[in-house]
Design a protein around this ligand. Structure first.
Ligand code: SAH
Ligand code: SF4
Length: 344
């Protein structure tokens, strides 16, 4: 029998489990608190009777992550982790230090099935979804390893969070729980490649997180050529879903735009993008595309990036160029895992 993924459970779920074990409600609460603090072993739950700890160990597993590799940037201290999961699969996380605190970028899936042509995470497709506890463990482990308090979380590592909707939502619920890390929803960003049905579902929860949409192109011709998801949901339906999302949540949407030399960086692209985004409360993040070994994409030179930004600004769209953190350790996700796979 597969062991219960106990650290993914909410308090009411634990209470039901404990009732079934003939245990009082307060034991569920005690256990919940330990799990929310990132314990990795039932023996750390020192206020539980030994017999209960044994019962829990028999039936449940606390899914943690083990650090396999740890790369520290000499430029800015960014730390990139390759973590092993309980079944030997691996995922990546990145810990970044900004003026306002520490941000952890977590993975939501092992691999990804969206197949964007510029991205290393999707090259071998999707292996499996991560559970909420495996997402949480990435945050705990980065915090504990550096003895710091994590203040922000971004779901921007490997995987498509809206393709693992329930677990990503459960993670949001657990990482914001006051018994644990208590990270404010406003300090969390979720990035999607444009899974329209997922955006529509997320809208119903009206969470004050930041929705980040990886747009990367202003029209279907270019977007479909680099992002297969666009063949299912084109730019028009995607932007309508964003508008509806915004009308419910009143939150500013962040659009990611990875500039790829000769693909999506022309003046026409800038004009078309500005035109398409007009009227949406949004912000554009320009990211110089990160070259990946498996493809031939290059980033434009810096002058061209500044020019693209200026064209957007002249047409009423606020855009910033993303500061590159961890440039010397290849901090964008998916690449370390692929490198490690080649080594083994
Ligand atoms: N699957 C989600 C979240 C993870 S990817 C999504 O696609 O939004 C996180 C971000 O990194 C996305 O904006 C993605 O488009 C971007 N990205 C992936 N590979 C990249 C590369 N080689 N260079 C620049 N950005 C990249
Ligand atoms: Fe998946 Fe995002 Fe990479 Fe596209 S960019 S393959 S959606 S992880």
């Amino acid at each position: 029998m597969e062991k219960l993924d106990i650290a993914s459970m909410t308090l009411p779920e634990l209470e039901t489990l404990f009732a079934g074990l003939g245990q009082p409600k307060f034991r569920a609460k005690q256990t919940y608190k330990w799990l929310r603090c990132g314990v990795t072993d039932f023996d750390q739950m020192t206020d539980l009777p030994l017999t209960l700890r044994d019962t829990l160990r028999e039936r449940a597993l606390i899914r943690g992550v083990r650090i396999v590799r740890r790369l520290v940037s000499k430029i800015d201290g960014t730390v990139k982790y390759l973590y092993a999961l309980h079944d030997g699969e691996t995922v990546e996380s990145v810990l970044m230090h900004y003026e306002h605190g520490y941000t952890v970028c977590i993975s939501t899936q092992v691999g990804c099935r969206m197949g964007c042509s510029f991205c290393a995470s999707g090259i071998d497709g999707l292996k499996r979804n991560l559970t909420a506890s495996e997402m949480l463990a990435q945050v705990f482990t980065a915090g504990q390893d550096n003895d710091i308090r994590v203040s922000n979380v971004v779901l921007m590592g490997m995987g498509e969070p809206l393709d693992n909707f329930e677990n990503s939502l459960r993670f949001l619920q657990l990482v914001t729980a006051e018994e644990g890390l208590h990270i404010g929803m406003r300090h969390i960003s979720l990035s999607t490649s444009g899974v329209v049905t997922g955006i529509q579902r997320l809208k119903e929860y009206n969470l004050p997180i930041t929705l980040s949409v990886s747009l990367h192109a202003p029209n279907d011709t270019i977007r479909s050529s680099i992002m297969p998801v666009n063949r299912k949901w084109g730019v028009e339906p995607l932007l309508s879903a964003c508008k509806e999302y915004q009308s419910v949540t009143t939150r500013r949407i962040s659009f990611e735009y990875a500039l790829i030399d000769g693909v999506n960086d022309s003046d026409d692209c800038a004009f078309e993008l500005a035109h398409r985004l007009k009227g949406l409360l949004c912000h554009v993040n320009l990211i110089p595309a990160n070259p990946v070994n498996e493809n031939s994409f290059q980033k434009p030179d810096h002058k061209k990036i500044l020019h693209f930004q200026a064209l957007l600004a002249a047409n009423g769209i606020n855009a910033t160029i993303r500061r590159t953190l961890g440039a010397d350790i290849n901090a964008s996700c998916g690449q370390l895992r692929r490198h490690a796979e080649r080594l083994v």
